[in-house]
Design a protein around this ligand. Sequence first.
Ligand SMILES: CC(C)(COP(=O)(O)OP(=O)(O)OC[C@H]1O[C@@H](n2cnc3c(N)ncnc32)[C@H](O)[C@@H]1OP(=O)(O)O)[C@@H](O)C(=O)NCCC(=O)NCCS
Length: 147
Amino acid sequence: MKISVVSLLREHLGEIAELERLCFSEPWSENSLLLLTEENNFGAVALSDGHVVAYGGMTTVLDEGSITNVAVCPDFQRQGIGRAILTALLSEAKARGIESVFLEVRESNAPARGLYRSAGFSEVGIRKNFYRQPTEHGIQMVWTNQK
Ligand SMILES: CC(C)(COP(=O)(O)OP(=O)(O)OC[C@H]1O[C@@H](n2cnc3c(N)ncnc32)[C@H](O)[C@@H]1OP(=O)(O)O)[C@@H](O)C(=O)NCCC(=O)NCCS
């Protein structure tokens, strides 16, 4: 099955909102996902048969980026697609002169923490009760551009 990773466009937002509902207890709506199409923000999607099976988003301010989410459709997990999305986001960040990228991840989310660590993120702090449904601490992670 051929998967292609392309830039996130407005036309992908409906399917991304569906993916959000599949993956998260507090999903982003199609309307809130519009943020990723604004100037300074961007995203990447993985397409299979023309349909979105994974996505990731980043907002930026000056030389700092923040990953909003990375999600892979459950049927497509553990095939390297999450890593491909993250690689695409970090490569675009570098091209835009971003020096550091931050994110939060649920403390119990071992797959995501593993993915981010393997992409060069370090765990730098804890945000107490950052998440709801269920309430949980957030682990703060940061990546810096080594050039
Ligand atoms: C986290 C997530 C994005 C990973 O995507 P994926 O496509 O399955 O991950 P990949 O196949 O690219 O794996 C990359 C690395 O992530 C880690 N990883 C992924 N799934 C894992 C699992 N179930 N258990 C442990 N580590 C895992 C590993 O380090 C893996 O590297 P390896 O295969 O060399 O061991 C995916 O599980 C997902 O969408 N989860 C639900 C949404 C979510 O929690 N998003 C993160 C919000 S911050």
